[in-house]
Design a protein around this ligand. Sequence first.
Ligand code: PEP
Length: 252
Amino acid sequence: KYPKKYLIGGNWKCNGTKESVAKLVKTLNSAGPIPPWVEVVVGVPAIHIGDVLKTIRKDISVAAQDCSATGYGAFTGELAAPMLADFGVSWVILGHSERRTNQKESSELVATKTKAALDAGLSVMVCVGETLEEREAGKIDAVVLDDHMGALKGKFSDVEWAKIAIAYEPVWAIGTGKTASPEQAQDVHASIRGWLAANVSPAVAAATRIQYGGSMKGANAPGLLAKPDIDGGLIGGASLKAEFITGIAAAA
Ligand code: PEP
């Protein structure tokens, strides 16, 4: 289907003890093959990153779930992108709706963090998506395209865009067990690709992976991943199980 690889990202969120993380790594390590046309990344809580990098199978990359907008220096409590890169982290998830809501991250801040991550050599999954209230008020384009995508406009070269994936995550589908139907997701994915063609370049629009996120699991992955503009997933709950590989990555 693609010259580009499907991108299957896991988001472990704020979960895991030393013991449960070691167990999860074992589970993923023995969960069977990852097809060569699929790239798999797991978003690990920062404190577990060092251990996971040492123990996880080599065909799974490690992402952080956030990074700071600043570099090294007097920024107490922050985690700088070059620090992540130095440890061997290759990806970072930015702008997750939980951070947009709980930490009040603006689209401008997400764009600044994206630049900091790219400058450090990291690849970025930028999350975008509307709430149920916004969907019902007919504001999907205003939120997803004008605000979340709009903040990225004019900030990155085509070479930088090659290291950016967009994760469309309707907020009403995250952790709720409610999944967007393949058609609902495809509609928004097509608009995001259209936005990229109009505001970045047709080449970037064609090459950018657009992931779907929101209660994705083994049972609904095949229908979603079959859609022409769905190039992968960002998975929360189901990324803590073998199903992440056997049901989702294997369905791509
Ligand atoms: C997420 O956290 O990005 C997510 C999509 O979660 P879940 O799969 O649990 O809905």
